[in-house]
Design a protein around this ligand. Sequence first.
Ligand SMILES: [Zn+2]
Length: 412
Amino acid sequence: MALNPKRTVAELEELRELTGDENGAQRVAWTETWETARAWLRGKVAETGATEEIDEAGNQWFTLAGDSERALLLGGHIDSVPNGGWLDGCLNVLAGVEVLRRIAEDGRPPLTVRLVNWADEEGARFGRSLFGSSAAAGSLADQDELRRRHDADGVALPDALRAHGVDLDRAHAARAQLESAAAYLELHIEQGPVLESLELPLGVVLGTFGVERHQITWKGQAAHAGSTPMDKRRDALAGASKLALELRPIAAEVGEGAVCTCGGVVCKPGIVTSVVETAEQLLDQRHLNAGSLARLLSLAHEASERFAGEEDVEVVWERIWSIEPILFDEQLVELADESIREVCGTSHRLPSGPLHDAAEVARAGVPTVMLFVQSLRGLSHTKLEDTKSEHLELSVQALDRLAAKTLAKLSA
Ligand SMILES: [Zn+2]
C-alpha cells in the first residue's frame, strides 16, 4: 500500500461527520464523543497490525514492532475544544495512520514505530492543557491542584478520568512510554497567519515560545469626575493605558517574533462619575529566545515604573504563570526542512506561539520537531478552521518523508 494522502483527507472528513455537528467538532476529552473517536481510530489502525495500548494517563498508543526497541514516535491529539475545528490535533493522528500503513507495507522497520494519540491536549473541560503528554514527560506536577478541579457541571476531574479508566494518582506512570523514544515528530495546522501570508503550504517549527504572564495592579485615587481638575488626578487607568500602548514599541525593539498582549484591564470603581482608583491589567509576553523574553519583561517593567511616576500612581507586578522557550532538535529541523523542500520546493522556519504536546516531549529530552501546514485566515478553535486539501495532502507527504529520513538516520 503506497502512501495515499487523499485517504487522510477523506478520513478527516469521515471523523468530522462522526464526531461533529453544525457547530463544529465535539471531541472534548473524557466524553463519550471522544471515546467514539478513539474507537474509530482503533479500527483505522487495525489493518496495519500495530498493537494498541492505553497508558496510565489515557494516551492511546499504537506500536509497530521493528528490529530495534528504540522507537520513532508520531503524535497528535484527537480531542478538540467544544465547537472546534476539523483539523486541530487530529490531522497528525490521521497523517500518522497513513505513515504507519506505508511503513507496515514496506516490511519490518529498523526501529519500532509508534503512533500516539495524546489524551486531553486541549484541557477544554477542566482547564488543564497537555494532560497526557505532560504525564508522559514527567512534568505533571500539579496533581494536588487537579484533584480539586471541577468542570462546568460540577463533576470532579478525578471522577471524570476514572469513568474513562484513568486513575489520576497513577497517571505519572505513563512516563515509561518515553523511555525507548529516539525521536518525536508532530504535524499540526499553524493556527496562525504566517504561512498563508508567505503563500507557503508548509513550515518547520523551531520551538515553542516561552511565556511570561503577569497581573499588573495600578493604584491611584478615586475622585469625583466633575470636581477634580485634570492636573490633580491620580488615575490608575492612565498608567495601564500608557503601558498597553508601550507594548508595541517594546515588542518592535526586541523583535524576532516578539509578541506582547494586554489581554484586559479591570477598573474599580468602574463608574462613569469617578476617576479610576484601581486598574488590574493582564499582560502576556512571548518569545522563542529566553534572553529576549527576559528583556521584554524588563522593558515593560521599567516602562511601568516610569508611567507610575508620571501619573502619580503605584504599580505592583505579580507573576501569574511562566514557561521557558522550548527549542526543537537542530538535526530534526534540518531533516524537516529537507522533507518540505522535496515535497513543495520552498520551506520556512517559524516559531510556535501556541504550546503543543511536542513541547512536553522535547522538555523530557526526546529529540523533537514539528511541521506546520498553512491555516486559512489563521483561524483555529472554531468551525471556520480550514486548510486547502492540496496542502493537507502535501503535509502528509512531508511527514512521511520526514519519518523515512528520521528512521534512516537513527538506524545508520
Ligand atoms: Zn492542537
